[in-house]
Design a protein. Sequence first.
Length: 175
Amino acid sequence: MKEIKLNTAELAEKAASLRAGQRVLLSGTAYTSRDAAHRRITELLERGEEFPYDLRGAAIYYAGPTPAPEGLPIGSCGPTTSGRMDPYTPRFLDLGLKCMIGKGKRSAEVIEAIKRNGAVYLCAIGGAGALAAQCIEKAEVIAFEDLGCESVKRLTLRDFPLIVAIDSTGESILL
């Protein structure tokens, strides 16, 4: 399968065409979010409040980056285990999320929501957070600053190397 260069702005129209096992170089905007932020976002939604960013067509990177060293936009920024977000993910997908980036397996409920919404799950290389950080040009906290590394950050990615782990048909490379 051919490697594809993709911008996050194209996810709404192209996520459904990606296939399990395909390599992707992703550029554009992605948002970091992990367990604590997912829990807070869900609480906001339950109170009828707004999501901290537009979820429609968005990409969430399950990561908790370390502080930025002098002169760099971000510290080490490797993926965290995606399954910890599974209780929240179907709802986020139903609200328009198109892409999740992380590592590890997903639940049957998440896979069904991926299929239902024409979304995609991409895996990043675990243990290579310093390498991943080289593909991040900009990072800014946009919500829940008190969570430190688990705050929601808006990232600008450039050719971030990923692999399609679960495609919009539910096909998976994960065992």
